[in-house]
Design a protein around this ligand. Structure first.
Ligand code: DGI
Ligand code: FE
Ligand code: FE
Ligand code: FE
Length: 187
């Protein structure tokens, strides 16, 4: 599917404020791609589709995971994790995205994963720091992102892990692997 058609279709599946977020992620992902030497077109395509399933009913998201052999363990963790994996499946099968690197960046944009690719890092970080985000610590993440993709993303995951601890929620193991992997890369 063409870029414009994908945009029109994705936009229609979410409330206006979520589309504004998506535009922020697109813009930020392109800036980060140029800054860190990744393909801006891939970063933008992953950004366009990263939250495509975010406003689907949760039972629909769960169905995509159940019926297509996606990791079933996700269903035992927070529902917020589901839209990323379901979204990658939808990007491939409903929007015809073939590029595995783009699909991975969508798939792991929430949890992260061990040994994240540069594209994974860019999309996940853009999601944390796009201009519309306003949570304690976001300014710090934007500043760190001027010089280190890894350090900025660690700061992002640290915030998410703290949030999950405070809420008494489970942490999906990939998030811990992602953070460990990023720290290892800096050593
Ligand atoms: O979809 P967005 O709101 O743009 O952002 P996202 O896809 O990064 O989702 C973030 C939410 O996911 C955040 O509120 C925390 C929640 N979450 C629940 N369990 C986990 C988790 N995030 C991570 N990284 N790891 C988890 O185990
Ligand atoms: Fe998301
Ligand atoms: Fe995220
Ligand atoms: Fe998002």
């Amino acid at each position: 599917m063409k870029r414009e058609d994908i945009i029109a279709s994705v936009k229609q599946q979410m409330p206006e404020r979520r589309w504004t977020h998506t535009e922020g992620v697109m813009e930020t992902a392109v800036i980060l791609a140029k800054r860190y030497g990744e393909d801006p077109a891939k970063a933008e395509l992953a950004a366009i589709l990263h939250d495509v399933c975010k406003y689907w009913r949760v039972d629909e998201q769960a169905r995509v995971i159940r019926e297509n052999g996606l990791p079933q363990d996700l269903l035992g963790y927070d529902k917020e994790l589901w839209h990323a994996h379901a979204g990658a499946w939808v990007a491939e099968h409903q929007y015809g995205v073939k590029d595995e690197a783009v699909l991975d960046a969508i798939r792991y944009h929430t949890s992260g994963r061990e040994r994240m690719t540069k594209l994974d890092k860019i999309v996940c970080l853009a999601d944390y720091m796009e201009p519309g985000r306003d949570f304690p610590g976001v300014h710090n993440i934007r500043e760190i992102a001027e010089h280190s993709l890894e350090k900025a993303l660690i700061a992002g995951f640290d915030g998410t892990i703290r949030f999950l601890l405070e809420k008494g929620k489970r942490i999906y193991p990939l998030t811990l692997f992602a953070r460990n992997g990023l720290i290892e890369e800096l050593e």
